[in-house]
Design a protein around this ligand. Structure first.
Ligand code: CA
Length: 250
């Protein structure tokens, strides 16, 4: 696969412990030349969540970078990179029983340069999200793999009820908790000036989509926009770790 080099992109990522939690179990990373960007939100007792999210980011990026040239397609590469992250976590937990059951959400963006233009591929498992800001409008691209989202889709809960549900933190898909995982993958053409946001639920629990949109529209600098998003989440309570990554296509 061809790549988008760093000069065609503006990228920034920012992760913060928040105002309540004593540790940050989120992690994020990217490799601009490989067009790979990822945010993970770990879970598990003791330090396990932190281990899981960092392992996932490292192994996802490493696998994606090393196998990019030989992979059959962008979709195959994403699928295999998520599986590599899954194996890294699952195998570590097998070796260290105190880490048993650890896992992480994962949301990733892969930008592929094709003859027809740039394609955006999004993979996710869990409730970390990908949004896209285009022509002033913010659109949520991923649907959470969570108990309440499934109930909303079945018509058993309204979106408002879901946001307030005591069960809203229960996710139905995760990386590393079992020996395999199926990431949900989608793709679409990317346009110049598209802004992609990858984030953990620390952001979306504290901020409504219109508040996120307002900040992104007000601050064109991706690094400052990341800082403003996290600051706003903290101003609203910062009850969870918050991680944001912004990628603008130039
Ligand atoms: Ca979280």
């Amino acid at each position: 696969m061809a790549t988008i080099t760093a000069r065609n992109l503006e990228v920034a990522g920012y992760t913060d412990r928040g105002r309540v939690r004593s540790v940050n179990e989120d992690a994020c990373g990217f490799h601009a030349d490989a067009g790979l960007f990822v945010v993970c939100d770990g879970m598990g007792g003791a330090a396990a969540g932190e281990v899981a999210s960092h392992l996932a980011v490292e192994s996802f990026i490493q696998y994606g970078r090393e196998h990019r040239a030989e992979s059959a397609s962008a979709e195959a590469l994403l699928r295999e990179s998520v599986l590599a992250a899954n194996s890294a976590i699952y195998q570590r937990a097998q070796r260290q029983p105190e880490l048993e059951g650890m896992g992480t959400t994962l949301v990733a963006l892969l930008l592929e340069e094709t003859e027809a233009g740039t394609r955006a591929w999004v993979a996710h498992a869990g409730d970390s999200r990908c949004y896209r800001l285009r022509a002033g409008k913010l659109q949520q691209l991923t649907l959470d793999h969570s108990l309440v989202e499934e109930q909303v889709r079945m018509g058993r809960l309204t979106r408002r009820e879901a946001e307030r549900s005591p069960y809203r933190a229960i996710i139905t898909r995760a990386v590393g908790t079992t020996d395999t995982v199926e990431a949900e993958i989608m793709h679409m053409p990317a346009e110049t000036d598209d802004l992609y946001l990858l984030c953990s639920d620390g952001l979306t629990r504290e901020l409504q989509d219109d508040e996120i949109c307002k900040i992104l529209l007000a601050e064109p600098d991706v690094q400052l926009a990341c800082v403003h998003l996290v600051a706003k989440a903290n101003a609203h309570g910062g009850r969870d770790n918050t991680t944001v990554m912004l990628v603008r296509v130039r």
